[in-house]
Design a binder for this molecule. Structure first.
Ligand code: FES
Length: 576
């Protein structure tokens, strides 16, 4: 794939470490404070290990050990490893939402790499937003990179039942609200579903993004499917450390790997695994950093031709540990065959197709054959229409099939506080045919586009046995969630999209097969409502949130900052 080979004096880090300027003496000399002499780094690639560990990131508890294993690999290959902590985005404990900070981690990653003497990086992430953030930043920094996925945690168990993270929490919490189980059961389910380090083990955003990143060619072959506690995960960490050193010598950069074809491969894998709807936003943003434009229509084109093969919750039956035992992503990619571009480049230095050419498939119920697919088309569908002129998405594989074509009257909640205050009100005028609408939960309006899109079913309907309804918002939804939820409506309500103009009783039609989401209100009436409309929320005037709200793009553009999306290369720092 690449015939390039750089010499030691071409290493980027030598700008800091070579020469007889005052600064060069200082850079070399002060490394002694850390116990390093020139013998440690002279003529060696400096490998930054960007580590998103923290005691408050519940999914990255094994990262300290993995970082040591990566360092071992780097040393074995003749590199000089340095660990570089970056802001962690722990999905569970970080509020109001990690999505608010995805771009902050991306900025930090880019500037960490640019400002320090590193020649290549290993990116340690996994919990939802960490993956796209690290990759967005490192693509923009432009040095050789390998992404080391956290891996998923072990299957959950409780009372003889196999549990999936997130998915079974939602399920048992709904039963609790319906009065069918008590609080101790919910506590026990959560404890049973949290057995080890690693990310959520359903096909949530974390597992989706790790899989997609392997399909992009940015992980070692097979890395994305190994469960976090498996000893093979440590073996992979060391192999990643060895390989990044070679990548530096080969000068194999993201721009040599990422093409429109590699993003098509990633979208194809996303559809075949029934991936999280969040992947659409992240893929658009990641591609933007590589100067590749992906319109939402591309997702739908690929969805229509890609069978859904991974029988993993929340849409399917099994969990990510089963996926690994069944052959993992390589087996799935082999089954996809001609739907992928096997010639696409990867960090391994070999084409993607080589990584899965011989991959065995051990269980064809977990990973379906194409002639026995779970559905003929992909899990995620892109919609547009009068309610979402710039698009919306729905995970059809996680929806009640009977609701995929539905017309019903809107029940509108103007924001999350309104939703929480009224959803269980016995006097709420709502039936199973109603369409629940949440406004002002988008990128700017929330802010941060939280995962509020799986609006709760009103308690009185839960008690009557209703478990799914059509729900619409400008929010996102956890990849572990399920239900007939139309998400990412763009433009969002806060900036005056049609979603802001919906009122109780308006008729809304969802037609997934027709790829439509429409509001049945006359243009004259909408014009009148628009004349009366003002944004609901005041955005803070100082701090990160102020900058975020001013520069974040809408969901169909990936929610990157407008000043980070593509653009000209930034010069290397001057060293005086
Ligand atoms: Fe970290 Fe789900 S909470 S991946």
């Amino acid at each position: 794939m690449t015939a390039k080979r750089i010499s030691p004096d071409q290493l980027r880090s030598r700008r800091w470490l070579d020469g007889e300027t005052m600064r060069a003496f200082s850079h070399r000399g002060r490394l002694r404070q850390l116990g390093f002499s020139p013998d440690d780094f002279d003529g060696k690639p400096v490998i930054g290990i960007v580590n998103t560990w923290s005691d408050l990131n519940t999914c990255h508890g094994h990262f300290p050990e993995r970082a040591e294993q990566i360092k071992r690999g780097v040393l074995q290959a003749g590199g000089f490893p340095v660990e570089m902590p970056a802001i962690t985005l722990g999905e569970i404990l970080m509020k109001p939402t990690t999505m608010l900070y995805r771009n902050l981690l991306a900025m930090e990653t880019e500037e960490l790499i640019r400002s320090y003497p590193v020649d290549g990086v290993v990116l340690m992430g996994g919990c939802d937003k960490t993956t796209p953030a690290l990759i967005m930043g490192a693509i923009s920094a432009g040095v050789p990179l390998i992404y080391m996925p956290a891996g998923t945690m072990l299957r959950g168990f409780w009372n003889g039942e196999t549990l999936g993270s997130g998915t079974d929490h939602w399920k048992y919490y709904a039963e609790y609200r319906a009065g069918n189980v008590d609080a101790s059961v919910v506590d026990e389910v959560l404890a049973g579903a949290s057995r080890s380090s690693g990310t959520c083990m359903t096909m949530g955003t974390a597992a989706t993004m790790m899989s997609i990143t392997e399909a992009l060619g940015l992980t070692m072959p097979g890395a994305s499917s190994i469960p976090a506690p498996d000893s093979n995960h440590g073996v992979m960490a060391a192999a990643t450390g060895r390989r990044i050193v070679d990548m530096v010598w080969e000068d194999l950069k993201p721009e040599d790997i990422l093409t429109a074809a590699s993003f098509d491969n990633a979208i194809t894998v996303d559809m075949a695994i029934g991936g999280s709807t969040n992947a659409i936003i992240h893929l658009v943003a990641m591609a933007g950093r590589a100067h590749i434009d992906i319109p939402l229509s591309r997702f739908d084109e690929i969805s229509k031709r890609t069978p859904w093969l991974a029988n993993i919750r929340p849409s399917g039956k099994f969990l990510m540990e089963d996926f690994y035992y069944a052959g993992g992503l390589r087996a799935l990619m082999r089954e996809l065959g001609d739907l992928l571009d096997g010639d696409a480049a990867t960090v391994s230095g070999r084409p993607l197709g080589e990584s899965y050419a011989e991959a065995p498939l051990h269980n064809d119920d977990v990973i379906r054959r194409r002639d026995n697919a779970l559905s003929a088309d992909g899990g995620t569908v892109v919609l547009s229409g009068s309610l979402a002129p710039d698009g919306a998405v729905i995970k059809q594989s996680a929806a009640d099939p009977s609701l995929l074509k539905h017309t019903g009257p809107a029940v509108v909640f103007v924001d999350r506080a309104d939703l929480d205050a009224r959803i269980d009100d016995p006097d709420l005028v709502v039936t199973a045919d109603s369409v629940l609408v949440l406004q002002n939960a988008g990128p700017v309006g929330a802010p941060g586009m939280p995962e509020w899109g799986q609006l709760p079913i009103p308690k009185k309907l839960l008690e009557a046995g209703v478990r799914d309804m059509v729900r619409i918002s400008d929010a996102r939804m956890s990849g572990t969630s399920y239900g007939t939820c139309v998400l990412h409506v763009a433009p969002e309500a806060h900036v005056g999209g049609p979603l802001a103009l919906v009122r109780d009783g308006d008729m809304i039609t969802l037609d997934v097969e027709g790829r439509r989401i429409d509001l049945d209100v006359s243009p004259e009436e909408l014009a009148q409502r628009r004349a009366d409309w003002t944004p609901r929320k005041k955005i803070p005037e100082r701090g990160y949130v102020s900058m975020y709200a001013e520069h974040v793009t809408q969901a169909n553009r990936g929610c990157d900052f407008d000043f980070l999306h593509a653009g000209a290369a930034i010069p290397e720092p001057e060293i005086f």
